[in-house]
Design a protein around this ligand. Structure first.
Ligand SMILES: [Zn+2]
Length: 973
């Protein structure tokens, strides 16, 4: 037994790769390049297997392209900037028990090293080292010569240049804009600062001023076009509301709304405070339609959301519909519990104001009924709302009861209504979070108008057009996500790009501001291509002037004068510029799905804003995350496995394979220790079979039989499948083709030919086939399990590293549909025998095969011809059959037989029909004779093969007449 010593082969091949500088990539004008990057890690904690998916996928991508002949560059660096390191250091200094538990007991950080982690840079260095070690031990093919951190002085000069370029293009603004804000921390909040890394998304809500005399009940909505369908208002009876003078008007709003309006720079003067219940039953006027209706109570109204006052549009809002139904029911049961009479509300019916195909007049009713929702606290209401909203937004048209907006598409009416009612003073606007987001400190994130802040203006319409153009022209994997990127481009607006705290680069023109972490990490893919050259010179940061970067990245200026100004030699400048020009544009950017709404889209914008079209990014790959036995990994579930422990426990290759085998696009990978063990077992078996094949040698292709051609043909189909799947990085499919399915066919093949090995000429052919399968399989598995594959490749006497061997291509001359059809027939026969023995419980003493006579073939082929012309039916077939004089003699048998085969033929797939026609009549006796020794071996009995009407046919059970082409009759004795 050859057990794999994972640790030994990992160390061996990692050492060899490193000694050979295998993955250190320099420009090579002879080869096409492929440049891919993955988000550099933020080293404020160690790596666990949840981090493994995106990085392993990137490495698989890199390794696959390398085998396709590309000169592949995959670099890595470290993101130190921003506030997360500070936050982690604070928690450590406070000896936060949860953090200590994680560091000491999950990650096994030696306790005596904790004090040195109390400085942000030392902490980053410690974890960067740890993460790098993990990446090396899992076998990522990284060019480590280009490693850097984002607090390096050279990097700061690069970021200064980035900001100068954006400013020169007019994309940096200073002013007052809404930002996500934590009232407790007193800081703007980005995705890195929120619970669950949720991006704070800000929307401009329309606030419609419903009235009762001088009092305004302002209702916030994203659907101003539905104002024509309001049937009532909602207020939360148990929440605290205030009467406040807001910009001179008397507003009734939730207490929280009053606080938020202050942050939005409104003048707010609180007059008095009361429970929401105070207003229930009063009559309110719709400023747009003049309709009057009551204010009603609803528990779903969240005082923290927008104004805490809600307009009710039951025809188009599932929450409103369910709450209204519910209130009618309850008021009828318990009429005295309310400040209104049940009769006041029983006639409130949904008013439909827009129509969409596929729904009735009240779309909310359709969806709510379908989902069976009857309670306003039902969590399914979120989903119902999303469905109605999306259907109406994309396919809705305004009805005739909406005046001048009648028949306008909803998308257009939404903006038109908003603009008009704001202009008429019926409404105003208010920034609000699109969804609730929590700061890491626990406080709810709110919107603040932030004054004199520096912004990158992703709201610039001309810039948005470039980003859309780039997104349309790039490869986005999975393909389905392209629209999501367009949507993000559409809603992005000014993004605060600097802070007063944290590590990072000061704004070049306002050095009291530090550029924040989502703004200094958007074009660094370019930096990897030049940093190696810069390091070779070791310049002072001052030498890295704007002219320097302009030259190396944009080719501006001439080398001689830039050399004079910077102290670089002209040759070196040209070399650095050429290296950038060789590797750029970026071919693929890998990242997690949560970064679509910020990092990935910012990357597109900033590239498009700085470089000409031909240097824009060409690809994005979005990866899912990793679940642990179906659950999210979390400290509280105690299911975090550090990457290093997983490598030690399972081996790098089994771990890589288990992270990839469940990695479906758009889905989370589901890891489990059992899965990793199972992958280890699979790889052990792969290795064992390989060792055996290698011991036997390469064989020779001189005596190939149909079964050999079958195996080689199957092999081609798996190459094609793996290749097709990898184009979209559907790695699960690839592994299924390259490992599971191919192994299954190999098992069958080896079983089929086992008894032929005694004949030397057959043994040679079989070895040839097995060697070819192994040679292909080991190549196809290399991106996934590189260490084991190098080991096998070496034993095979392969040249160089398999990491650079050619990715298999389909060998068209080995594709043999005919042998696949023939072998399919043998397989079907074997299955039929198994069915018979299972049903009857017989231990076969002898198995008889009877093949169809020539006249049956004639009719069968006739049927195929008719089917091809789409003229096949029983009557026509019989008529055609009798045109042949030979059939006259069989006038009794022909019609029955014709009836039997018509269905069989009609069910055949077109390509198989075509193929059978091409192959014509087969000599089935010969085909079965070839498999006799195999079948005899499998069943331990004699096997007889003959045509149904051969004079020597033994047919004691009268089965022979049942024979059909491709379906010999079988008798198990
Ligand atoms: Zn906070």
């Amino acid at each position: 037994m050859h057990m794999v010593d994972w640790k030994a082969i990992e160390e061996k091949w990692q050492r060899r790769w490193s000694e050979a500088g295998a993955f250190e990539t320099d420009p090579d004008p002879e080869k096409p390049k492929f440049y891919l990057t993955v988000a550099y890690p933020y080293p404020n904690s160690p790596q666990h297997i949840g981090h493994g998916r995106t990085y392993t996928m990137t490495d698989v991508h890199a390794r696959w392209k390398r085998m396709q002949g590309y000169n592949v560059l995959l670099p890595m660096a470290w993101h130190y900037t921003g506030t997360p390191l500070f936050a982690m250091v604070e928690r450590l200094k406070e000896r936060d028990p949860e953090l200590l538990e994680t560091f000491l007991n999950i990650y096994n950080i030696p306790e005596e090293r904790l004090p040195e982690l109390e400085d942000p840079i030392s902490m980053a260095e410690y974890f960067a080292e740890e993460i790098k070690h993990g990446m090396q031990r899992i076998g990522y093919s990284v060019d480590w010569r280009r490693e850097f951190t984002t607090v390096d002085p050279v990097y700061s000069k690069f970021i200064e240049w980035q900001f100068e370029k954006l400013r020169q293009r007019g994309f940096i603004t200073q002013g007052s804009h809404p930002v996500g804000w934590c009232p407790s921390c007193g800081n703007p909040v980005g995705q890195h600062d929120t619970v669950g890394d949720k991006e704070p998304e800000i929307e401009e809500f329309t606030i419609i001023k419903f009235r009762k005399g001088d009092m305004v009940f302002p209702a916030g909505t994203l659907r101003p076009e539905t104002v024509f369908g309001v049937t009532n208002m909602w207020i939360n009876p148990d929440a605290t509301y205030v009467e406040a003078k807001v910009d001179g008007e008397t507003w009734i709003i939730s207490a929280e709304a009053a606080d938020k309006l202050e942050l939005l720079e409104r003048s707010v003067e609180r007059v008095s405070e009361f429970q929401g219940s105070k207003f229930i039953g009063i009559t309110i006027t719709n400023p747009v339609t003049g309709d009057e209706f009551p204010m009603l109570p609803a528990s779903f109204v969240d005082p923290k959301a927008v104004t805490g006052v809600v307009m009710s549009v039951p025809a188009h809002a599932p929450f409103d519909l369910v709450a209204l139904d519910q209130l009618k029911r309850e008021a009828k049961k318990n009429p005295d519990a309310y400040r209104f009479k049940p009769s006041d509300i029983k006639d409130l019916e949904p008013i439909s104001v827009l129509e969409i195909d596929g729904y009735g007049p009240v779309p909310a009713r359709d969806v709510v009924d379908r989902m069976g929702i009857t309670d306003q606290e039902d969590p399914k209401l979120e989903k119902a709302t999303k469905e109605v909203y999306s259907a109406e937004f994309h396919g809705g048209r305004m009805r005739n009861n909406t005046g001048q907006y009648a028949s306008m598409p909803v998308q257009q009416a939404k903006e038109a209504v908003k603009e008009d009612i704001v202009a008429k003073g019926f409404a105003t606007t208010m920034y609000e979070m699109l969804e609730p987001v929590q700061c890491r400190c626990g406080s709810e994130v709110v919107v603040k108008i932030f004054e004199n802040q520096w912004f990158i203006n992703y709201g610039d319409p001309a810039w948005k057009r470039l980003a859309h153009e780039n997104i349309d022209s790039m490869t986005i994997i999975p393909y389905e996500l392209r629209q999501e990127f367009h949507n993000v481009v559409d809603w992005l607006r000014e993004k605060a790009c600097a802070r007063k705290a944290g590590l990072g680069t000061p704004l070049p023109w306002a050095s009291d501001w530090i550029i924040e972490a989502l703004s200094d990490s958007v074009i660094y893919m370019a930096y990897y291509t030049v940093i190696k050259g810069i390091n070779e010179v070791g310049p002072e940061p001052e030498q890295l002037t704007e002219e320097f970067w302009d030259y190396v990245f944009l080719g501006r200026g001439d080398a001689e004068s830039v050399a004079e100004a910077t102290g670089f030699t002209a040759e070196k400048l040209m070399e650095i510029h050429e290296e950038f020009s060789y590797f750029y544009p970026l071919d693929a950017r890998h990242s997690g799905r949560d970064l679509i709404s910020n990092h990935l889209t910012y990357m597109v914008f900033c590239h498009d804003g700085i470089w000409p079209r031909e240097l824009w990014p060409r690809g994005i790959v979005v990866n899912g995350s990793v679940l642990m036995e179906g659950s999210k990994m979390s400290k509280s579930l105690n299911n975090i496995i550090p990457l290093i422990n997983a490598i030690d426990g399972f081996g790098a290759d089994p771990l890589r394979l288990s992270l990839m085998i469940t990695a479906e696009p758009l889905k989370d990978a589901d890891f489990s220790p059992d899965l990793a063990k199972n992958m280890g077992d699979n790889l052990e078996r792969f290795h064992q079979r390989a060792v055996k094949i290698i011991e036997q040698g390469r064989g020779s292709p001189d005596n190939l039989h149909d079964i050999d051609r079958w195996m080689l043909s199957r092999l081609q189909s798996y190459i094609a499948e793996a290749d097709e799947a990898l184009k979209e990085l559907k790695v699960r499919k690839t592994i299924h083709a390259a490992m599971y399915n191919l192994n299954q066919d190999m098992d069958w093949y080896q079983k089929r030919v086992a008894r032929e090995l005694e004949r030397p000429e057959r043994a040679d052919a079989i070895r040839y086939v097995e060697w070819r399968v192994l040679d292909t399989q080991v190549r196809m598995m290399t991106p996934f399990t590189p260490h084991l594959c190098e080991e096998i490749w070496e034993k095979m006497g392969g040249e160089g590293f398999i990491a650079f061997a050619e990715w298999p291509k389909v060998d068209v001359s080995s594709v043999s549909q005919m042998s696949e059809v023939l072998e399919g027939m043998i397989k079907t026969c074997m299955e039929d025998i198994q069915k018979i023995t299972r049903v009857t419980g017989i231990r076969p003493a002898k198995i008889h095969f009877y093949t169809a006579d020539g006249w049956k073939w004639k009719i069968y082929l006739k049927a195929l011809e008719l089917a091809k012309k789409e003229q096949l039916d029983v009557g026509t077939l019989i008529k055609e059959a009798f045109k042949d004089a030979e059939m006259k003699a069989r006038s009794k048998a022909v019609p029955g037989y014709a009836r039997q085969i018509v269905d069989d033929v009609i069910k055949l797939p077109d390509d198989e029909m075509e193929l059978q026609l091409k192959m014509g009549q087969l000599n089935e006796v010969n085909i079965l004779m070839d498999a006799v020794s195999f079948i005899e071996g499998e069943h331990g009995c004699e096997v007889a093969v003959s045509a149904e009407s051969d004079p020597w046919t033994e047919d004691p059970a009268k089965r022979a007449h049942r024979a059909k082409p491709y379906r010999p009759a079988i008798y198990v004795q």
